[in-house]
Design a protein around this ligand. Sequence first.
Ligand code: B12
Ligand code: SF4
Length: 439
Amino acid sequence: MSKKILLINPWIYDFTAFDLWLKPLGLLYLASHLLRRGYEVELLDCLDRLDPDFPSIPSRGPRYLREAGCGSYYKEILPRPSFFQDIPRYWGRFGLPFSKVKSRMEKASPPDFVFITAGMTYWYPGAIVAKELTQKIWPEAKTVLGGIYPALCSEHAESWGFDHVVKVTDPLSVMKKLGDILETDFEVESYEDYFSLRPAFFLYSALSYVVLLTSLGCPFRCTYCASGKLYPSFWCRPPEDVVEEILFSREEYGIKDIAFYDDALLFQGEKHFLPLLKKLEELSLDLRFHLPNAIHPLYVTPQIAQLMKKVGFKTLRMSLETSSPLWQEKTGGKVDNYAFEKAVRCFLDAGFTPQEIEVYLLFGLPDISEEEMINSIKYVKSLGLQPRLALYSPIPHTPDYYKIEGLPEDEPLFHNKIAFLYQSGNAPLYQRLHRDLGS
Ligand code: B12
Ligand code: SF4
């Protein structure tokens, strides 16, 4: 008889959480590879807002995001962790009600393995609770933890008593480790093999969007980002393959909205993103594309901007982070103001309105001054654009992480962006700037 594997995307324990095209893409790829090897696979996504057990709640957030399939999660308020007592925000568990998940698990037939993902280091409590529930209900089932948390906080992740902890994120290394755990050969020898299967979105009963990964890694090494640790080299899928996946998702799931998960979507654009856009233009598909992760201004050209407008890019976000040339250089040199302004011109000339171009500024980098943050906001506004403040959060294995004094090394909850905002003393400034921006 084939082995049964339950894949769990656990709840988020946090101050805030929003479904901004949030899907456990790694788990969905794993599901497809497991199914191909003949395993019986089930998905329990505690963050599936379209699950019939999800309580109906008024969805907050901007209207354009709700129309593009995003929305609020149900939240169960819980006591704050003791070290967050001074943070004046409610702590809670976002996702399906705990009781529903528990009773669903109790009624299900026991799996042989339970695979649990953790998409952020500071989202680990959800994975631990899912593991504890598993061990209580099915003591015989083997638990396997994977995702960004065990990759960036390996020792911490190993301390919970999972049967296996997969501490890598590169798809080939992950499939190799899983092969060892399950004593099987997934025959994934190359990235082409890995991406030859479509992520298993069919495991959902309903979908309001899908997410898409067209490349791995990023050529830059920004001092606040872990991309280089997770994916040391850059690789991109052939554009034809990506187009096929887009067509498949559109036909199979009837979705209109697609969000890109790439770190560096525009890098090597000539052989990757540009041919993809050209093909999408030819096909004229009436889809809406979104860039929650933001793109590199450096690689925007007039042609790319025009094609993006034509094929339906709706959420257009660019990373500037800071307008200070000194800080741009110090943090990795991924952008300068000249390249940024050039990219803005390309998008405006292509017909995007200034309101449609969202600019990410990283708020609260270690050592950056208040004046520099204010100047960045003024600079973006002087171009007629809307700045979006992304809160800096400390990420292990990055140079900036090690600059922060007094950050407890053995507690990943301190990587939480809201927690860091309060602990760094920047909360009043942020609230003032946020209020002034009206965003
Ligand atoms: C897409 C993305 C987002 C999306 C969706 C988030 C998500 N986690 O799905 C959005 C835009 C919402 C987002 C937001 C943010 N993000 Co983000 N995001 C990413 C990104 C670019 C890709 C993640 C991804 O899905 N990759 C593709 C899939 C296939 O990978 P995967 O799920 O990791 O799966 C692989 C392995 O992990 C493994 N695997 C996964 N699960 C399992 C389970 C088992 C059992 C096994 C065996 C294996 C396994 O299999 C796959 C094989 O390759 C990563 C960077 C990166 N390259 O990883 C940053 C990243 C995760 N984000 C990060 C950050 C900092 C943020 C923000 C805080 C930024 C900000 N300041 O606002 C916000 C937080 C939002 C919030 N609510 O708190 C950090 C993580 C920080 C941390 N402490 O963990 C990362 C690493 C980027 C960075 N700067 O270094 N993000
Ligand atoms: S350019 Fe973006 S993805 Fe690449 S290292 Fe910098 S922040 Fe990370």
